[in-house]
Design a protein around this ligand. Structure first.
Ligand SMILES: Cc1ncc(COP(=O)(O)O)c(C=O)c1O
Length: 450
C-alpha cells in the first residue's frame, strides 16, 4: 500500500503517471519530475522540497493576488468549516453566501444586481451562455441561439467555453462536440500596428465592426450573445484598442444582442478596479468571475447578471424553478466566507490603490526589455504584461520552454505559452519585487535568445 506508507515518494509517484496532470506535457514533466514539485507557499513565493524559493510571477494562475497562506483568509476558512461546512443551495440559503451576493452586486457596475454562483470560470461561462439562451427564449425570441466569441479567447474548457473560445489547440480534438452556430470575431492584435504599446493600443477600434459583419451574415435575430474577455489573458495579455469595447457595446445594444464580459482574470483588482468594465467604463449585461474572488484558496465562480435578465426569468408559476441550472457546490459556505475575508483585505489594505501605483512601475520595467534583440513585443495594462520572444527558427516554443526552466533555477515561477509569457505579480508585491522580477527576466531572456 505505497500510497499509505511513510515511504511514499512524490517524485517516484509522479514518474509512474498515476497522476494525469492537466494542461501539461505529462511525459516531458515525468522525466524531470524532481524539479516540478512545489511543497509550500507563503506570501509572494513558492518553495520546492529542496528549499528553492520561487517568486510567483502570475499570482498562481491569476488567482492568488493577495499571496499565499494569508492568516486572515486561512482563519476564515477554518471558522466557516466549523460553523457550517456545507449546505445545499437548492431551495435553501445561508447567510454568508446571501451577504456575498449583495456585496458583489454592490461592487459591480450598477446595472448588474444579481449573482448566480458556480465553482470555476468554466462553469461561470456555461452558466452565462445558458442564461443568454433562456433570456431570449422567455422573451419569445428563441431563434436567437448563436453565440459569438473571439479568436484567441479563453473561456475555460467546457463545451460552451471551447465553442466560444478561440485557441485552436483547445478546440481541434473536440470539434465534434461544439455548440451549434457559434461564430468568432477577429482578435484585435496586429503586430505591425501595435507592437510595444503602453496600455491600450490607440489603433484598432474598428475591429469591433467585425460584429456588424457577423450580424450581416447571420442576421441579428439568430444571435443571442457576444462574449469577450475585456483584456485577453491566457493568450498572452492582448489589450483592447481604445474605443473597441465601447463600440462592441453600441453594436450589441443596437441589435438586441447580450454582451458578456468574461472577467475571470480581470475581475477583483487586476485592472486597478473591481472589474475591468469599471476601468473601461463599459457596461456588459453579464460578468463572469472566478479565481481571485477567493484568492485561489478554494474554488468559486459565478455570474453577475443584469436586472433585465433576472426579471425576465422571474416569470411563470411561482412554485416552478425559473432556471433549471445549478451546482452541488454553488454558493459553498466556505468559499463564500473566504471571499468575504479576501474582499475585506482588499478594502482595508487599499489594494486597488496599490495596484494602480504598481501599474506604471511594471509598465516602465517591462518596456525596458523592448530593446533586447530577442524580444518581439511587450504589452501591458493594469498589473499585467505580456512579452513575446522571437521564436527560434524551426522550433517555435523552444525558447519559451528554456526560459521557464531557467526561471525555476533562478527564483521565478514563470508562465509561458509557446514563446509568449505573461506576468501578473501579486498585488502585495513591493516595487522592489516587481523590479527584481523584471531584472532577472532580462538576464534570462538574454541567455535564451543569444
Ligand atoms: C477568461 C477566462 N475564462 C474562463 C476561465 C476558466 O476558468 P477555470 O479554469 O476556473 O474553469 C479562465 C481560466 O484561465 C479564463 O482566463
Amino acid at each position: 500500500m505505497v500510497h499509505l506508507s511513510n515511504e511514499f515518494n512524490c517524485e517516484d509517484a509522479l514518474k509512474d503517471g498515476s497522476y494525469w496532470m492537466p494542461f501539461t506535457a505529462n511525459r516531458h514533466v515525468r522525466k524531470q519530475a524532481g524539479s516540478r514539485i512545489i511543497s509550500s507557499a507563503k506570501g509572494a513565493y513558492y518553495y520546492t522540497p529542496d528549499g528553492k524559493k520561487l517568486f510567483d510571477t502570475l499570482s498562481g494562475l491569476w488567482c492568488t493576488p493577495l499571496g499565499h497562506a494569508v492568516p486572515r483568509i486561512v482563519e476564515a476558512l477554518k471558522n466557516q468549516a466549523e460553523e457550517l461546512d456545507y449546505c445545499s443551495s437548492f431551495q435553501m440559503a445561508h447567510p454568508v453566501a446571501v451577504r456575498l451576493a449583495k456585496r458583489l452586486a454592490y461592487m459591480a457596475p450598477e446595472n448588474l444586481n444579481h449573482v448566480f454562483f458556480a465553482n470555476s470560470g468554466t462553469e461561470a461561462v456555461d452558466t452565462a451562455l445558458k442564461l443568454a439562451l433562456g433570456y431570449h427564449r422567455l422573451r419569445g425570441e428563441g431563434g436567437r441561439f448563436r453565440m459569438i466569441g473571439r479568436e484567441r479567447a479563453y473561456h475555460g474548457v467546457g463545451f460552451g467555453g471551447i465553442s466560444v473560445g478561440g485557441i485552436v489547440s483547445n478546440r481541434k480534438m473536440f470539434a465534434a462536440g461544439m455548440l451549434n452556430g457559434v461564430d468568432h470575431l477577429r482578435h484585435t492584435y496586429d503586430h505591425s500596428k501595435m507592437a510595444f504599446s503602453k496600455g491600450q493600443p490607440t489603433w484598432g477600434a474598428d475591429y469591433a465592426e467585425d460584429l456588424e459583419r457577423l450580424v450581416a451574415l447571420h442576421d441579428a435575430s439568430t444571435i443571442a450573445a457576444v462574449i469577450v474577455e475585456p483584456v485577453q489573458g491566457s493568450t498572452g495579455v492582448v489589450v483592447p484598442p481604445v474605443g473597441y469595447l465601447e463600440r462592441l457595446r453600441e453594436i450589441c445594444t443596437k441589435h438586441g444582442i447580450l454582451l458578456i464580459f468574461d472577467e475571470v482574470i480581470t475581475g477583483f483588482g487586476r485592472m486597478g478596479e473591481n472589474f475591468a468594465s469599471r476601468r473601461f467604463n463599459v457596461k456588459p449585461d453579464m460578468i463572469t468571475f472566478a479565481k481571485a474572488v477567493t484568492n485561489g484558496i478554494v474554488p468559486m465562480g459565478g455570474v453577475l447578471i443584469s436586472k433585465d435578465i433576472y426579471e425576465t426569468f422571474m416569470t411563470g408559476p411561482e412554485e416552478a424553478i425559473e432556471f433549471a441550472h445549478g451546482y452541488t457546490y454553488s454558493g459553498h459556505p466556505i468559499a463564500a466566507a473566504v471571499s468575504h475575508a479576501v474582499l475585506d483585505i482588499m478594502e482595508e489594505d487599499s489594494l486597488l490603490t496599490h495596484v494602480r501605483g504598481l501599474e506604471p512601475v511594471l509598465e516602465k520595467a517591462v518596456h525596458s526589455l523592448s530593446d533586447l534583440p530577442g524580444v518581439r513585443d511587450v504589452r501591458n495594462f493594469g498589473l499585467t504584461a505580456g512579452i513575446d520572444l522571437v521564436p527560434e527558427a524551426d522550433s517555435p516554443g523552444k525558447r519559451g520552454s528554456a526560459l521557464f526552466e531557467l526561471g525555476m533555477q533562478n527564483g521565478l515561477l514563470l508562465r509561458c505559452t509557446g514563446d509568449t509569457f505573461s506576468l501578473a505579480p501579486p498585488f502585495i508585491a513591493t516595487e522592489e519585487q516587481v523590479l527584481d522580477m523584471v531584472e532577472t527576466l532580462r538576464r534570462l531572456i538574454i541567455t535564451v535568445t543569444q
